[in-house]
Write a protein that binds this ligand. Structure first.
Ligand SMILES: [Fe+2]
Length: 331
């Protein structure tokens, strides 16, 4: 099948950077993200909490704002320099993407952009530098989440998203396509591992999850144990298990507001020009769960709305093999 070629635009996006979520109870969210995931609090100012992973020297990779209804305000991406932000304006204008400069606390020049499938993005190039906590072992908690890695978005327009992000310079590492060449999922990267942003087919745009890297499989188990001990055990939604695409071990949690966050280990490098994207068949259930049990139905169907962004319904994808169906069909 014909896939778009990665372009080399005159601006340089470097990586997934941060996510901004609306939450109902900052204290409950603070306990969950610091004790279960193991994030570090950089600052709490009025009704906003800024967190970062233990290896991150940036001011924040997760921003939690107190609000009456849970939603995702924006997902953040870094550019290499503020000159890149300026250079990207012509690109976004040419692609019909609304873009405007905004002032955001603890960030340098910041550009808000609505991408071609309606996802609210926030680009910046600078944040205040904070101490890396990676060798302060006595202060590590829960899953010892080290750094933010990627987002997964649900959209009815996966081919359009692929076109737009390859034009922005993202490489396609892996993709899921039916025998009739219908794209069901695309894994796109800028930082040289399998993904910074992933798009899957479904009603959207909506946030399926955001993900933090942690090095050891044991960290996943410890995060689950701490979740259980602190009363967050029912929020362990899927896993620990092993991904087909990406090959990582993973566990998915639902936070106190229902936002889904993944903790995962291991990744491979993919950055050389001769690396062809890997194709997966959604009918092959060894892809979605090489071993163990498939995900609960809610993992496929429940997502977080972007603040103020309407959800467009999609034609139904082929019914996934859910845990419920798997158990019902056992002999
Ligand atoms: Fe993920």
């Amino acid at each position: 099948m014909q896939l778009p070629v990665t372009a080399r635009p005159d601006f340089h996006i470097t990586r997934a950077s941060h996510v901004v979520l609306q939450v109902a109870d900052l204290d409950a969210s603070r306990e969950f993200y610091t004790q279960v995931l193991g994030l570090v609090v950089t600052a709490q100012e009025d009704d906003v909490l800024y967190l970062r992973g233990i290896e991150e020297a940036c001011h924040h990779s997760l921003v939690l704002r107190k609000a009456p209804a849970p939603s995702c305000a924006r997902i953040g991406l870094r550019m290499f320099s503020e000159d890149d932000l300026e250079a990207s304006l012509a690109f976004f204008s040419a692609h019909g993407c609304e873009a405007k400069w905004v002032d955001v606390a603890h960030q340098g020049k910041t550009l808000h952009v609505t991408d071609p499938v309606g996802v609210p993005l926030e680009f910046c190039a600078r944040m205040p530098v904070e101490p890396r906590m990676i060798t302060r072992f006595a202060e590590h908690r829960g899953g010892r989440a080290q750094r933010i890695d990627h987002y997964q978005i649900v959209t009815p327009h996966v081919p359009k998203a692929l076109e737009a992000y390859t034009a922005m310079g993202f490489g396609l590492s892996e993709y899921i396509a039916t025998a009739r060449d219908e794209l069901r999922g695309v894994f796109l990267q800028r930082k040289g591992n399998p993904h910074d942003i992933v798009f899957f087919h479904g009603p959207g745009p909506r946030l399926h999850h955001f993900a933090y890297f942690t090095p050891e499989g044991q960290d996943l188990l410890r995060a689950c144990d701490v979740a259980g001990a602190l009363g967050f055990g029912r929020g362990v939604e899927r896993g620990p298990g092993r991904h087909g695409p990406g090959h990582a071990m993973f566990v998915y949690f639902r936070d106190p507001d229902g936002h889904r966050v993944e903790l995962f280990n291991t990744h491979y490098q993919v950055m050389d020009i001769e690396n062809e994207p890997v194709r997966w068949d959604p009918a092959d259930t060894n892809v979605s769960f090489p071993w163990g049990l498939p995900a609960q139905r809610r993992w496929f169907e429940e997502t977080t709305a972007f603040e103020g962004v309407e959800t467009t319904m999609s034609d139904p994808p082929p019914a996934p093999l859910t845990l419920e169906r798997y158990l019902a069909e056992l002999p």
